[in-house]
Design a protein around this ligand. Structure first.
Ligand code: AQP
Length: 332
C-alpha cells in the first residue's frame, strides 16, 4: 500500500513557497494515495514560541490545508503533538542514528548560524523527529520542497540502518516526491535565498493570508534587473530574480518557464509584474477567503484536528508497538 506523510511547521504564516513547493501538490496526490497531512507543531518548538500565537498558528496551518483543497474526511489531518508516538519513536530512532549523520545536515548549520553552542538540542535533532514522523506511519512517499531533500535522505538512511540492525524489512524506505515547476521558490528580495517564513523582510515573501493590495505591493517591489524578459530559459538562468518571478508565474498558471517566455519575451518587468499580480491574486484570493471563513469557527477546526488525531493515533500505536517488540522493549 502506498501511503503519503507530509507536514508543515506552524511557525508564522505559510507563504507562496510552502504552497507551490508542497501544499498544492498534496491536493493532487490525495486522489491517488492514502494521505496523512500533519501540522508539525513539535518541530515548531525548535524556535522560541509565544503559546497563544503558536495555538493560533496551528489552527491557521490546518485552515490553509483545508482551504487549499485538502479534504479532512478523506485524508488524515491532525497536529503532531496529539500523537505521543512521534516523540517516542524519535527517541528510539535517535539511539540508532550516528552523530556524524546529523553533523552533515546543512539546514542545522544555516539555522544555528555562528552560535552553534547556543542552538537548542531540538534544532539539532529535528531530522530524527522528521524521520520518526514519516516512519511512525510506515509512509512510502513524502511530497516536499527541494530544501527537505537532505532530511528525507537521512530518514531513508535511518530506516535502512534499523532494518539491517534487526534483520527486518519493517520500515519502507520513504521516497521523496519533489514535484511541479516551483520546487524551490526564492525570496522576492534576493533570488539566491529561499523564500522563508523566518526571513526578516516581509517583502521577501507572499503570505497565503496577504490581501490583494499587499500582494500587488510586494510584487511591485520585488527585485529584478533592468533587462526585459529573455527568449530562452538558458538566458534566464543567469538572472536569479527574473528566473524566480517567471517560475512563480509558470507554477501558478500551470505552465513551464518556456511557455511563460513564449508569451512574455521582450516584455519589461513592470508589465510582466502586472500580469503576475493579477494571476497571484486570482489564484490565492479564494484560498485566503476560505481560510478566513474556516478560522471564524475555531471549535470546528479543533474538532477536525481531534478526529484526525484519533485516526493517526490508531495507526501510530500499532506501528510503535511493533517497533517495541522488534527491539526488545517489554510490553507487559
Ligand atoms: N521556498 C520554498 N520553495 C518550495 N518549497 C518550500 N517549502 C518551504 N519553503 C519552500 C516546503 O514547504 C513545506 C513546509 O515547510 P516547513 O514549514 O516545514 O519548513 P521550512 O521548509 O523550514 O519552511 P520555511 O518557510 O523556510 O520556514 P522557516 O523559515 O521557519 O524555516 C516543506 O515541504 C518545504 O520543503
Amino acid at each position: 500500500m502506498n501511503r503519503i506523510f507530509s507536514g508543515m511547521q506552524p511557525t508564522r504564516q505559510l507563504h507562496l513557497g510552502n504552497y507551490l513547493g508542497a501544499l498544492r501538490n498534496w491536493v493532487d496526490l490525495q486522489n491517488s494515495y492514502e494521505c496523512i497531512f500533519c501540522v508539525v507543531d513539535l518541530h515548531a518548538l525548535t524556535i522560541d514560541q509565544d503559546p497563544e500565537v503558536l495555538r493560533n498558528n496551528i489552527r491557521e496551518v490546518a485552515a490553509a490545508y483545508i482551504a487549499a483543497g485538502i479534504d479532512p474526511d478523506k485524508n488524515i489531518l491532525f497536529n503532531q503533538s496529539v500523537v505521543a508516538g512521534h516523540a517516542e519513536l524519535s527517541w528510539i530512532l535517535s539511539c540508532h542514528t550516528p552523530l556524524g549523520w546529523l553533523n552533515r545536515m546543512t539546514q542545522f548549520k544555516e539555522k544555528a548560524g555562528k552560535q552553534k553552542d547556543m542552538a537548542n538540542l531540538g534544532l539539532y535533532a529535528y531530522p530524527t523527529l522528521m524521520a520518526a514522523d514519516i516512519l511512525l506511519y510506515k509512509a512510502t512517499h513524502v511530497p516536499v520542497g527541494e530544501d527537505q531533500k537532505q532530511h528525507l535522505e537521512l530518514a531513508r538512511d535511518i530506516a535502512g540502518a534499523f532494518n539491517r540492525r534487526y534483520e527486518t524489512e519493517f520500515f519502507p524506505l520513504p521516497e521523496p516526491q519533489i514535484l511541479g515547476e516551483a520546487t524551490r521558490v526564492m525570496s522576492l528580495r534576493d533570488g539566491k535565498k529561499k523564500m522563508s517564513k523566518s526571513d526578516e523582510s516581509e517583502y521577501s515573501r507572499i503570505n497565503m493570508t496577504d490581501d490583494a493590495d499587499t500582494i500587488a505591493q510586494k510584487i511591485r517591489k520585488a527585485k529584478t534587473d533592468p533587462e526585459p524578459l529573455p527568449e530562452t530559459v538558458t538566458e534566464l538562468e543567469a538572472r536569479p530574480e527574473a528566473d524566480n518571478l517567471v517560475t512563480i508565474y509558470g507554477a501558478l498558471a500551470g505552465q513551464s518557464r518556456e511557455q511563460v517566455l513564449a508569451q512574455f519575451a521582450g516584455a519589461q518587468f513592470s508589465d510582466f509584474k502586472k500580469s503576475l499580480v493579477d494571476l497571484s491574486v486570482d489564484k490565492l484570493a479564494p484560498i485566503t477567503t476560505r481560510m478566513k471563513e474556516l478560522l471564524a469557527d475555531k471549535a470546528e477546526i479543533d474538532r477536525l484536528l481531534k478526529k484526525g488525531g484519533e485516526r493517526a493515533a490508531a495507526i501510530a500505536e500499532k506501528n510503535l508497538n511493533d517497533v517495541k517488540d522488534i527491539i526488545g522493549l517489554l510490553r507487559p
